[in-house]
Design a protein around this ligand. Structure first.
Ligand SMILES: [Zn+2]
Length: 346
């Protein structure tokens, strides 16, 4: 994602009340809460069994990816990543589709060879969600404090590696326990290739742009959940504003579930507005929720060890299985319990 379209919306209570029911509930407890997914009729249905999430295995998958090297398009490490994802996903479902495509690089005559990977579970279900993340690494650490590093690639432990690892683990659980709704996992390529100073957002989100342009007309997920930078030890996930605008009820579903689970990294306070992979989906009419550690973008986080976004220091040492575990538990709870119970209100 890029920080150049990131704006802080601090204390804009009007927007907050309009767009974020969960925020409103926290800020204004004197009025009756609006109808929520946890309304009595929905919660009368007993909770469904939710598989447990193996956060240590997910963390190992981040280390594996970083060991490949930066997964920059047209490099051996990128090819290894595609092989790794294909192998791991095919062990979980026969429904794995590789979507190769090309894009023009910044060097004269340079063609980028890119690949989206889509793994589907419960393919016959008509009520489907799309979960996505990017797996590519940014070719340029252009936010590094040392200008000498600006042309070096980003190791992308968090920015690429973490969402990929969480989704691989979801695939393994869905292999063992068939999900009650349809779930499509999109591992997209070329999210982090762009240079905003050269051509704004034209060469960001390449994979999702291609996915949207080539998707079958009958592929219409109810909504999408995007994972981006979901592994930091001190991660803070707040409702991102483009998501709130596009999908207020689904944002509520996600953050209400996080609150119900007592997840410490999820805060129901107004987040930032970030340009990310969900933008092409929103433009294509798919409501989308971005779960992103927004304070990392632009090095806004106050902690010195949380200023590694788009630097050569985006390494596993900043990440923790505990955070991955919260994100994984949230997604599995949504898939197996909350969404099936809340479908009448979604
Ligand atoms: Zn990035």
């Amino acid at each position: 994602m890029t920080h150049l379209r990131r704006f802080l919306y601090i204390a804009v209570l009007g927007l907050l009340v309009t767009n974020c029911n969960s925020c409103k509930r926290e800020q204004d407890t004197s009025t009756p809460p609006p109808a929520q997914p946890s309304s009595p009729s929905a919660s009368a249905i007993p909770p469904a069994p939710v598989p447990s999430f193996d956060a240590d295995r997910a963390f190992k998958d981040i280390e594996t990816q970083v060991d490949f090297g930066p997964r920059v398009p047209n490099t051996p490490a990128h090819s290894k990543e595609v092989e790794f994802l294909q192998k791991e996903l095919l062990a979980c479902t026969p429904s794995v589709v590789l979507q190769p495509f090309t894009a023009q690089g910044y060097k004269a005559g340079e063609t980028l060879n890119l690949t989206n990977i889509i793994a589907s579970f419960n393919p016959s279900a008509t009520w489907r969600i799309l979960i996505l993340t990017h797996y590519d690494s940014r070719p340029w650490a252009d936010e590094d404090p040392n200008p000498a590093n600006h042309d070096k690639p980003v190791p992308a432990a968090n920015d690429g590696g973490s969402g990929t690892a969480v989704m691989l683990e979801l695939a393994r659980e869905m292999k063992e326990h068939a999900p009650p709704i349809g779930v499509d996992l999109l591992f997209d390529d070329g999210e982090d290739y762009g240079k905003y100073t050269v051509d704004e957002l034209n060469r960001y989100f390449l994979g999702v742009k291609n996915f949207v342009a080539s998707k079958p007309a009958n592929f219409n997920p109810r909504f999408a959940i995007l994972l981006d930078m979901v592994g930091d030890k001190n991660a803070q996930f707040e409702p991102e504003q483009n998501s709130v605008q596009s999908a207020p009820n689904y944002v509520s579903e996600v953050w209400n579930t996080a609150t119900a689970l007592g997840l410490s990294h999820f805060k129901s306070v107004q987040g930032q507005s970030i340009s990310d992979d969900h933008m092409p989906l929103i433009q294509a009419g798919i409501p989308s929720v971005d779960i992103i550690d927004g304070e990392l973008v632009g090095h806004v986080a106050p902690q010195p060890d949380r200023k590694y976004w788009h630097t050569i220091d985006d390494l596993p040492k900043h990440l923790s299985p505990e955070t991955l575990g919260e994100v994984g538990k949230l997604l599995l709870t949504l898939i197996y319990d909350r969404i099936p119970r809340d479908i009448p209100s979604l």
